[in-house]
Design a binder for this molecule. Structure first.
Ligand code: SAH
Length: 247
């Protein structure tokens, strides 16, 4: 069996119980070495065969899976965060289906959730924003025109930008087409890792502060008034608000 597992954002304790069990019993692990914390591999069996996909192309990854599968082995494909977010898993899953290799998906804690815990933030604050946009800036990978940063920023929703901190100066300019320049912004580098770093500011100064901190990759940019101090209390815990559980 093949398991496509989310390893979580960094802290090795943030893999799910189910994911960890599969890591512990795997005969073969192929992990995304660029971002998966290698410490997770210490949970693997002593004789587990380990491959770092940072040095492999898709064909090589598939070859390892096919060979292992034909030998009746349990294979774990370990992705960073949650595999469904910029995980390049669809192409792998389609090839596995074509080859009649069964697989199971096990979700993980995405880095945007790790960043919320680092910032002690709630992304969906009543009267501030009830929407979270996960996106990226166009780089080598094209982004559909309707999803440009400029157009998404018009919603003034909470926005988490992946894979773009290296272009933060250009990014913050585009964001300021929709958000006001004093909108709170933060950059979280290696959320939940031991060397995590947080930079806080506003759209007007976040680029400069981030560059000063020397952060060029492995970071998320978070923008929105949910990082500010004004919000309404939630209805959920309001003493006058009746729920299914509280009459
Ligand atoms: N599937 C992953 C995202 C993979 S794309 C997830 O769910 O988190 C890789 C990008 O994710 C990085 O360029 C960075 O923008 C972000 N990222 C991944 N791990 C991170 C972490 N621990 N802290 C901050 N950003 C992270």
């Amino acid at each position: 069996m093949v398991y496509i597992v989310g390893a979580g954002p960094g802290d090795t304790e943030l893999i799910t119980v189910k994911g960890l069990k599969r890591v512990e019993s795997a005969d073969i692990i192929i992990y995304a070495g660029s971002l998966v914390n290698p410490e997770i591999l210490k949970y693997a069996k002593k004789d587990c065969e380990i491959h770092n996909s940072a040095y492999m192309n898709l064909e090589e990854v598939i070859d390892v899976i096919k060979k292992g599968h034909s030998e009746g082995k349990d294979i774990v494909r370990l992705h960073t965060g949650d595999p469904s977010i910029y995980g390049a898993v669809r192409e792998q899953m389609d090839i596995l289906k074509e080859n009649n290799i069964p697989f199971e998906n096990i979700p993980g804690v995405s880095s945007f959730c790790g960043a919320a815990s680092a910032l002690q933030a709630e992304y969906t604050l009543p009267s501030v924003s009830q929407t979270v946009i996960l996106t990226r800036m166009e780089g080598r990978t094209a982004v559909p025109e309707k999803e440009s940063i400029e157009s998404l920023s018009k919603h003034n929703a909470t926005m988490i930008i992946f894979l773009s901190v290296g272009m933060i100066s250009e990014l913050s300019k585009k964001l300021m087409e929709g958000y006001s320049k004093d909108t709170p912004a933060a950059v979280v580098y290696k959320a939940t890792w031991e060397d995590e770093k947080i930079v806080r500011g506003t759209l007007a100064d976040i680029a400069e502060k981030t560059e000063k901190a020397g952060i060029k990759k492995t970071a998320l940019v978070i923008v929105g008034n949910c990082l500010g101090n004004d919000y309404e209390l939630s209805k959920l815990y309001d003493k006058n608000f009746k729920t299914e559980f509280r009459g």
